[in-house]
Design a binder for this molecule. Structure first.
Ligand code: GTP
Ligand code: MG
Length: 443
């Protein structure tokens, strides 16, 4: 049983030096700050967009700290306790996880590719520590005796050289039971991290329980699900049990990709070697087809979205600018027309005044000359002048103040739009620079 001293020892274990490239991390943080400030200033995107983009940087950082997740398809082993999850992984990968007849697996355990076999733990401050050999088999429910090991350990990672592990990391989880809430929550959290789940059902139970079905419905939606019938060496008619379990799941609309058998010994119905090969083959194919999560591609995607929406804004604003500019041109045309009409009328008036003056000078030098035709000419000239005056007044009325105010407003609107367009264009150019700069930073 683990003693207080053992727990203290786990706490005091030296931390492994991380392989994280500090210089790259600094660059990524700078890039993240620059992009966040830039997007914030654009005022085009809501908080969710900015948070999701920042989440991407955090996820990238997490992958640097957890290399067993990086570029890997995560296959979770789940099911009721004692179903044979750890035993299956032991046989499949040639490892030595603790197994037993009472609940054993207490903390989630990744089995990941490593040149040398070693078993590490990740504590709650994300430190990685090598587990001393004597403690390795003792990080179990039985040894912890009610103490929740997850208060000290997030998960453990068993590194092993194995071809399958080059593309896949397996995640062994504690079995779920109705009476252990911690294990239930731990496995539910682990489900989040898995791309594919191998659900292990004891063939000797003859069925999958309602409790398990509810867990699958609640936590494994959208994940690829495979069923393993363990203890296949202990039942006479395994095929019948397979059909019945599949029918149970089908009746609940749960999609199953495929099923495997697993047993510790060969029987006349089933060979361990064949089943292990079948699992190996299936997951070899799965890992090849697996779409890895690529933070850099996601970042490119976000930046492209920003660039596209700026281009859209530029198009919108250019269209408005053209409309407003054409309104300005209409105003200018109308003002020019009024201006010309004023000039023409003034010219006519001037001619008319000249003509009147010359009439007076040449023909009305003495009072008598004003009688007869000369008087008529004077009256005519006077009428023309009044006519010109009226037309000028009309022109002046046309030249109304409201129109001038609207013109002024439209011109200043055009100035604002032009400035906006310049800003969007500058922002789009910045975005292009950011795309260039951040390209391959999250590789
Ligand atoms: N005969 C037989 N025994 C098995 C098989 N699978 C597992 N066992 C035994 O069943 C017990 C439980 O196996 P584990 O692999 O520890 O089961 P688990 O699902 O990892 O259990 P927890 O970690 O407690 O949830 C062990 O004693 C195994 O030796 C099997 O296919 N056939
Ligand atoms: Mg186990």
């Amino acid at each position: 049983m683990l003693t207080i001293q053992d727990l203290q020892r786990i706490n005091d274990l030296p931390c492994e030096k991380s392989n994280i490239d500090e210089q790259q991390i600094r660059k990524v943080v700078e890039c993240k700050n620059e992009i966040t400030e830039y997007v914030d200033n654009l005022n085009l995107f809501n908080v969710d967009f900015i948070n999701n983009m920042n989440g991407l940087f955090s996820y990238w950082y997490m992958l640097q700290q957890n290399p067993w997740l990086k570029d890997k398809c995560i296959v979770g082993l789940m099911g009721a306790y004692n179903a044979g999850k750890s035993s299956l992984l032991n046989t499949l990968l040639g490892i030595n996880l603790p197994v037993g007849i009472i609940p054993v697996t207490a903390v989630p355990t990744y089995i990941a590719y490593g040149q040398n076999t070693k078993h590490c733990l990740v504590d709650n401050d994300d430190n990685i520590k090598i587990i001393p050999i004597d403690l390795e088999p003792r990080l179990s429910h039985e040894e912890a005796q009610g103490f929740n090991l997850r208060k000290l350990i997030q998960n453990t990672v068993l590194f092993k050289q194995n071809e399958l592990l080059k593309k896949i990391s397996f995640l062994d989880t504690p079995g779920i039971t109705t009476d252990n809430e911690y294990d239930y929550t731990t496995t539910a959290n682990a489900a989040n991290k898995c791309d594919i789940v191998l659900w292990v059902v004891r063939a000797t139970s003859g069925a999958i329980t309602q409790f398990e079905i509810e867990f699958i419905q609640q936590f494994l939606e959208g994940k690829k699900l495979y069923i393993v019938l363990s203890f296949a060496d202990r039942v006479p008619n395994i095929e019948k049990i397979r059909t019945s379990v599949l029918n149970q799941l089908k009746s609940k609309d749960i999609k199953v990709e495929d099923t495997f058998y697993f047993g510790l010994r060969d029987t006349h119905e089933f060979s361990v070697e064949n089943q292990i090969q079948a699992i190996n083959k299936t997951f070899g194919i799965e890992s090849k087809n697996f779409q890895q999560f690529q933070p850099q591609e996601m970042l490119n995607h976000y930046l492209k979205l920003i660039q596209d929406s700026l281009n859209e804004k530029i198009n919108e604003v250019t269209e408005t600018k053209n409309d407003v500019a054409s309104q300005c041109r209409d105003f200018e045309r109308s003002i020019k027309k009024i201006h010309k009409s004023l000039i023409d009328n003034v010219e006519t008036l001037r001619n008319s005044i000249n003509s009147l003056t010359s009439t007076i000078n040449s023909k009305c030098q003495n009072t008598y000359a004003c009688f007869g035709g000369t008087y008529g000419t004077l009256v005519n000239n006077s009428n023309t002048m009044v006519d010109c005056y009226n037309r000028m007044v009309k022109s002046l009325n046309d030249f109304d103040v409201d129109q001038m105010v609207s013109y002024g407003q439209t011109v200043s609107y055009l100035e604002r739009i032009t400035e906006m367009l310049d800003n969007y264009t500058a922002a789009r150019n910045n975005c292009v620079q950011l795309i260039k700069k951040s390209n391959s930073i999250l590789k």
